[in-house]
Design a protein around this ligand. Sequence first.
Ligand code: E4P
Length: 217
Amino acid sequence: MKFFIDTANLDQIKEAEALGVLDGVTTNPSLMAKEGITGQENIINHYVAICEAVEGDVSAEVIATDFEGMVKEGEALAALHPQIVVKIPMIEDGVKALKYFANQGIKTNCTLVFSAGQALLAAKAGATYVSPFIGRLDDISTDGLNLIEEIREIYDNYDFNTQILAASVRHTMHVIDCAKIGADVMTGPLSSIKGLLKHPLTDIGLAKFLEDYKKGN
Ligand code: E4P
């Protein structure tokens, strides 16, 4: 299972990378704005800075919503750095753009996916990653993990190569449940990764080991 961090915060990205378990980064326009990164030039520079801080895939989202605009923007983003994955929304022209980029050998991440049907279309169009937003489904009393299960079943039925990127992950249990279901990737905040570390018995056990070591030395 790949771990992506879902942020545009460079310090957090570097902290996750230093942990040695990071496989990539996802961003979106809201995450960029949250870090105060606005204006096309600043956003472009920030994507490059993120690529230089990590080794894996970095999703960069197009703003255009028409086919020609998405192609133009996506090609420019892909040319920025070999690690860039073009993030395309699940809309009609987005499906066409996914197919176009697949034919060009450019990696894509189909974002804003909330149903099995949308995930099936993304795979048919040749998306590299599909991003079902599980947290946002949970927010409206719909089981986000059930969607991951449905997509896993469909993709396995036909050996689709599209990787399931569980997105909108909010906490460690989302990560563990997605791992049990067999999501290929999860993207979440740093807390959802570092939270996996924690267990009180580990802390108590380590304190006791150190205390006993000191007694004998
Ligand atoms: C995915 O790529 C999105 O950036 C992200 O996971 C959205 O998460 P949110 O619902 O916490 O905003």
